[in-house]
Structures are given as C-alpha cells and as structure tokens.
Design a binder for this molecule. Structure first.
Ligand code: ZN
Length: 339
C-alpha cells in the first residue's frame, strides 16, 4: 500500500508539473484529492490493514497528500503569475508611440490647379469673371466670329441641349458677356467647365478651361507676350523656355499657340513631348475686330488680347499624369496624393 501511495504521488507530481493552465490544475485537484479522487480511493483500503500498520500508512498518506497539495499550490501561483504577465503584455500601452493622425481630406487636384492659376492672374491685375455652362449658340459661336456655315464649328463636337442651346464648348462666351456689360478697359480671367463630345486618355467630355481677356487703348501683342511670360515663369519656374507658334482661331487675329520647354526632359526630347522638347499649353491671340463689332466696341479705338488654357492638361503636365480619366474616377488612393 505504501508502494501504491508513493507511485500515486510520483504520477501526480509529474501531471501537476505538466499542467498547462489553471483549468487543467483544477481538474487534477478534483481527480486526485477530491471525494471520488485517486488518493481517497486508495485510502479506502486502509480498513483492511492491521492496527500496527495503520499509523505508518496513515503518516505516508498524509505526506503524499501534503506534497500533492503543495505542488498544486506552487503550480497555481506560477501559472497565474504567467497569465497575469500575458494579460499585461496584451493590454500594454506604449505611451511613447506617436498618435494616429485623424484623416483629413484635401482639395481635388483640379481645384488646386485652378486656384493656383487664378492666384497668378489676379496677382497680375486680372478680375475673375464667371458665366453660364448652358449657353445659346449666339454667345458660344456667332459672337465669336464662328457663323453657322463656318468650318471652325467642325473643330468642336458640340452637345446640344435644345435647338439653338448648347453646353458651352469653351469659356470664350464669358468674354462676350463681359464685354457687352463693360466699357473698356477690360481685364478678366474666366475659369469654368466646358463640354465637348470627345473621350479618350487625354480628352474628357467635361473639362476645365481658364480664359483671359485684356482690352484697352493701345494693347499690343507685346502685352500678350508679357502677361504669358509672367504667368509661365511663375507657374513653371523662371528658367522655362517659351515659344509662340502661329496658329488659327476664329475669334483672334493674329493667333498663336504657346509651347513651353518640356517639363519632363528639359527640352532634350522624350515620349511625353513626342521627342520635340516642347509642350503646347495654351492658345492665344489679338481679339478679332469682328468680335468687337458684335459687342459694340470700336476696333479703331480699343485693342486687346485673349488666351485660353485647359486646366486638366496643365495638371497632367505638372504631376506627370498620363490618363485624364483619373481626375474624374474619384479614387481616394489617387486623390490623396495631392494632400
Ligand atoms: Zn520631353
């Protein structure tokens, strides 16, 4: 019986040692020391022992019970210490870590570019004028020297809202409305949305223009060049090369397109500039006397110039974006780049 008790003790101590958690220990406590446990069951055999043997076996039984109890207690405190540590580790707060910044939205890249452009032109003395996006054909075409049979109407694919009413194809009708209401001098820029039936990686059916108009006595092409040089050098940097190329627009004469030195290859020639080293960024010219006739200005007395640029194109060149549709998909991953 003493052998049995010692064997029980050895097994019990080994099991207690291996117990993985407090739950396992509780079960061991019940299965060994409990009322229906192994030790209790073994001690039931004491009844058959002789009176001399009983105290000896009883003492061993007490030792075994104490040893097991002590082992369970020791293991319990070790395990609860470890669990406490784990809990602390899980719930630890590192107060030295930087905080999580709240999400802040930013202006759409096109809004940012429009504001930068307007900043520059208002700094040069221009006022801001706005017009309607739904225009009648007169302001969009006729008053700008583009009669119905004029081949220039084929240059732009127009959205018609109703017969005689269009979504404006350019911001130029704003010029006409401003001139109708103003006695020279006139010095305005007109930003806004325009619409053309056109869609691919560099064209969108809706896009933005910024148009400029300056009229006074004695305005010459030199004034146009001066204003555009100032604008380009403030927006693209003072070292940017500029060239004027003769062109044609129905509402200006003479007309010129303006190129800047390629901002990607610095004029050496690359894929974006088609190996020419130059990028076209705007159209311009001296206001055609026929336009002055429509608004009641005397072309013998006043002269002026106009220019217009596409905001998306300027933004694409500034940020190296090769697909105009990115501006309108409203993918936050794209928009967040411009914060
Ligand atoms: Zn280039």
């Amino acid at each position: 019986m003493i052998e049995q008790l010692r064997g029980l003790k050895d097994r019990a101590l080994a099991q207690i040692d291996e117990a993985a958690d407090l739950e396992a220990l509780t079960q061991l406590n019940v299965s060994i020391l409990g009322r229906k446990g192994e030790l209790t069951a073994t001690l039931r055999g004491m009844g058959s022992l002789s009176p001399e043997e009983r105290p000896v076996v009883g003492q061993v039984a007490n030792e075994v019970k104490t040893a097991i109890n002590d082992a369970i207690e020791a293991r319990t405190s070790a395990l609860s210490g470890a669990e406490q540590q784990l809990k602390f580790a899980r719930e630890a707060v590192d107060v030295t870590r930087p905080g999580r910044a709240p999400f802040t939205a930013n202006l759409h890249p096109l809004t940012q570019v429009v504001r930068e452009l307007l900043d520059i032109f208002t700094g040069l003395g221009f006022d801001i004028a706005e017009g309607r996006e739904v225009e009648n054909e007169y302001y969009n075409f006729e008053a700008l020297n583009i009669p119905a049979d004029h081949p220039a109407r084929d240059m732009q694919d127009t959205f018609y809202v109703a017969p005689g009413t269009v979504l404006r194809t350019h911001t130029s009708p704003v010029q006409v409305r401003v001139m109708e209401q103003t006695t020279p001098p006139v010095c305005v820029v007109a930003p806004g949305k325009v619409y053309r039936h056109d869609s691919d990686v560099t064209h969108s059916p809706m896009f933005h223009q910024v148009e400029g108009l300056m009229i006074d006595e004695g305005i010459t092409f030199a004034d146009l060049k001066g204003v555009l040089h100032s604008f380009i050098h403030s927006y693209y940097g003072p070292q940017t090369g500029i060239r004027f190329r003769p062109s044609f627009f129905p509402f200006t004469e003479p007309s010129a397109e303006v190129d800047i030195q390629c901002v990607f290859c610095k004029g050496a020639g690359c894929r974006v500039c088609g190996r020419t080293g130059w990028l076209e960024i705007l159209g311009s010219g001296m206001v055609d006397p026929a336009v002055f006739g429509c608004v009641g200005y005397d072309p013998e007395k006043v002269q002026g110039f106009a220019f217009g640029l596409g905001v998306e194109r300027i933004a694409m060149l500034k940020y190296g974006i090769d697909d105009i549709r990115l501006f309108f998909e409203n993918d936050l991953r794209f928009l967040k780049h411009f914060g």
